[in-house]
Design a protein around this ligand. Structure first.
Ligand code: 13P
Ligand code: SF4
Length: 301
C-alpha cells in the first residue's frame, strides 16, 4: 500500500506539471481506474474524450490501438502509453494488405472496421465501429452486405441483431473467445436469479445464453440501473472489480478471464511514463489522416 500511495501522489503531481490527463479503459485495475484516471470508459468514450481533450499530454491506460486512436483524433497532443507491448489479439489478426484483398474479392461492399485495429487497417476502411455502436454503424450504411472485420464473433452477433449479411475475418479476442455456453449454464445453476451480461466479442453461443449483450460501458449502465441482486459479467476480470467498488449491494459472480495486454499497464508504469515522457505514440500524418476519416465518420453517427 505504501508503494501504491507513493505512486498515486507522484502521478497526481506529474499530471499537474505536464498538463496531462490519464484515460483509463474499464479493464484497468481498480487502483488505476479509481485512483489516478481522469476519464474512464469503453473504447467509444475514450475516443470521444481524446478528441475533446485540451491537455498537452494524454496518457493511455489501455492498449496500443486505443492510444493510436487518441493520437489520430488529437494530433497536437503528446500521447503516451506506459508499455508498448500492450497489444490486442484482434489488432494483431489483420493487416492493411488483408483489407485490400477483401475489397478486391467483394467489390462495392463497405468495410466496417472494429477500432481494435492498427492505424494502417483503419486507413483502408470506410468506417470504424466499437462494441458500443456496431449495430448503429452497420445499419447506417443502408446495404444488405457488409465486410465486418476483424472480430468474427462481433460480426456474427451483429448479423443476428440486424439481419445484415456479414463477410467476416477469423479474428478473435483471446479473452472473450474462451467463454463457453456450458460454463454460463453451470454458473446460472449455481447462482439462481443471476443476471448474465456478455460482451459481444464472446462467441454467439455465449451471447445466446446471456440476458444482455453490450460494450463495457453498456454493461456499467445496466448494472447502475439494477442496483442489487447477482450479476455475472462475461468479460475481463477488472470490470467486476471496478463495478463492485461502486455497487456494494450487487453480488458479482466471478470467475472471469484476464487480458494480459491490459495488465501490462501498472501504477508504477504510469508514473514512469509521466516522469520520462515515454513511450510516445506517433503515426505518419498522411496515414493518420486516412485513418481519422473512418474514425470520425463513426463518431458522427
Ligand atoms: P469496449 O469498447 O466494450 O470497452 O471493449 C474494448 C475491448 O477491448 C473489449 O475487449
Ligand atoms: Fe484485445 Fe480482448 Fe484484450 Fe480487449 S480484452 S484488448 S479485445 S485481447
Amino acid at each position: 500500500w505504501a508503494t501504491f500511495l507513493d505512486d498515486i501522489r507522484a502521478i497526481e503531481e506529474l499530471k499537474q506539471q505536464r498538463n496531462a490527463i490519464i484515460l483509463a479503459h474499464n479493464y484497468q485495475t481498480p487502483e488505476i481506474f479509481h485512483c489516478v484516471a481522469d476519464i474512464r470508459g469503453d473504447s467509444l468514450a475514450l475516443a470521444r474524450e481524446a478528441q475533446e481533450a485540451s491537455a498537452d499530454v494524454i496518457v493511455m491506460a489501455g492498449v496500443h490501438f486505443m492510444a493510436e486512436t487518441a493520437k489520430m483524433l488529437n494530433p497536437d497532443s503528446t500521447v503516451l502509453i506506459p508499455d508498448m507491448r500492450a497489444g490486442c489479439s484482434l489488432a494483431d489478426s489483420i493487416t492493411a494488405a488483408d483489407v485490400r484483398l477483401l475489397r478486391e474479392r467483394h467489390p462495392g461492399v463497405p468495410v466496417v472496421t472494429y477500432v481494435n485495429t492498427s492505424a494502417e487497417v483503419k486507413a483502408e476502411s470506410d468506417i470504424c465501429c466499437t462494441s458500443g455502436n456496431a449495430k448503429r454503424v452497420v445499419e447506417s450504411l443502408g446495404t444488405d452486405r457488409v465486410i465486418m472485420i476483424p472480430d468474427e464473433f462481433l460480426a456474427r452477433n451483429i448479423e443476428a441483431e440486424t439481419g445484415i449479411k456479414m463477410i467476416t475475418w477469423p479474428g478473435h479476442c483471446e479473452v472473450h473467445e474462451r467463454f463457453t455456453p456450458q460454463e454460463i449454464t453451470r454458473m446460472r445453476e449455481d447462482n439462481p436469479g443471476v443476471v448474465v451480461l456478455a460482451h459481444p466479442e464472446c462467441p454467439p453461443e455465449v451471447v445466446a445464453v446471456s440476458d444482455f449483450s453490450g460494450s463495457t460501458a453498456m454493461m456499467s449502465d445496466y448494472v447502475q440501473a439494477h442496483d442489487g441482486g447477482k450479476v455475472l459479467l462475461v468479460t475481463e476480470c477488472s470490470m467486476s472489480d471496478n463495478l463492485a467498488l461502486l455497487h456494494p449491494k450487487i453480488d458479482f459472480v466471478r470467475p472471469c478471464n484476464m487480458c494480459p495486454h491490459m495488465k501490462r499497464i501498472t501504477l508504477s508504469g504510469l508514473r514512469h511514463a509521466l516522469e520520462t515522457m515515454t513511450h510516445e505514440v506517433t503515426i505518419d500524418p498522411a496515414l493518420a489522416a486516412r485513418g481519422r476519416r473512418a474514425v470520425e465518420r463513426m463518431l458522427a453517427i
